[in-house]
Design a binder for this molecule. Sequence first.
Ligand code: GDP
Ligand code: ZN
Length: 362
Amino acid sequence: MTDQFKFEEEFHSEENKLQRKQRKYLQASDRSKYKKSDQDQIKKKEIDLSLPRGRVVAVTGEGTWVESDGKRQICSIKGTLKQEKKLTKNLVAAGDYVRFSEGVIAQIEPRFSTLSRSDITGKKEQLIAVNIDQAIIVVSLVEPPLKPALVDRYIIASAKGEIHPLIVLNKADLLATHPVEKKRYHEFLAAYEPLGFPILTLSVKTGAGIEALKSLMKDKTSVICGQSGVGKSSLLNQAFQMNRKTGELSEKTAKGTHTTTTAELISLPHGGYCIDTPGIRSFGLWKLESAQVRAHFADIAALAQGCHFPDCSHTSEPKCKVLEALLAGELPLIRYESYYSLLEEAGGGLDNRTKKKLDDSE
Ligand code: GDP
Ligand code: ZN
């Protein structure tokens, strides 16, 4: 793990706590204050359908850039909306759908997904981008090597933000000369495809899979995420004729500016938007909790029904159905490895006996 990611993890673990608190607070106050029908009424009243609709593409020092009918303009925010500025540091974020008139945003539509982090004081939530349809999780098949645990981490983070994951396996051109990685690639597909996650194999170098990715991004808002060096910049350049820095240069930029949280929605030529900034690329990399890990691995949870201990961690306990399935070859090792390493990261605890069992089964 690079220092950058370590830093991000520490940073986000604090942020996560705060967000949970805020969410709990919001849910509690929502429930106590209004009945559902009242809430619906408020929502209906809030949106004035007669006003033009636009989408916030960026928030800069100059103001809020709103795109409507293909044109962009700077808008200010109506004073009465500012009174609502309580829990979040920023009132609008890239991706917001707004109603506006004469350069003033009058209303913000309810959001269906949000990416956020705590602001510099750690007291308020800062929205990074909202209304995102999908997270494109880019991983490399060869260099850097495929890490299923990292894929699962991003899937967990996407689910938390109500964003659909799409797994992109890049650098497929290198498989022909890398038999070990090729075997691992097939193991990954065999384990992850049956779980229902959409997976796309791609090579930016040969162009294979690029058209399929473009069609999956059409008319949607996608956030690009993944480790440095997997080919995110190269991919955007190739698919949409962008001019993003690649290789070591982009890594340097990312390190220097990874706390940048402002996002810009980039319009895609064939419809849709994508967001790619260093601050967002690693959005999923905060500290995990073991409950999150367990909830994510539904396949393992299903096997666990028959475990002897109700709180079995499936790492060392006797009469564990998950370990039995693993040793019988019914649970793919690549999948268990991911569970194991994420649980360990989350502080779930593993002992040497389990490690030995795993080594023996290879
Ligand atoms: P980023 O850090 O995720 O934005 O990754 P970059 O786009 O900077 O790519 C990192 C390195 O991987 C560069 O040297 C690219 O030329 C190389 N690369 C990207 N895609 C492919 C691919 O499909 N095949 C091969 N062989 N190399 C690739
Ligand atoms: Zn078990």
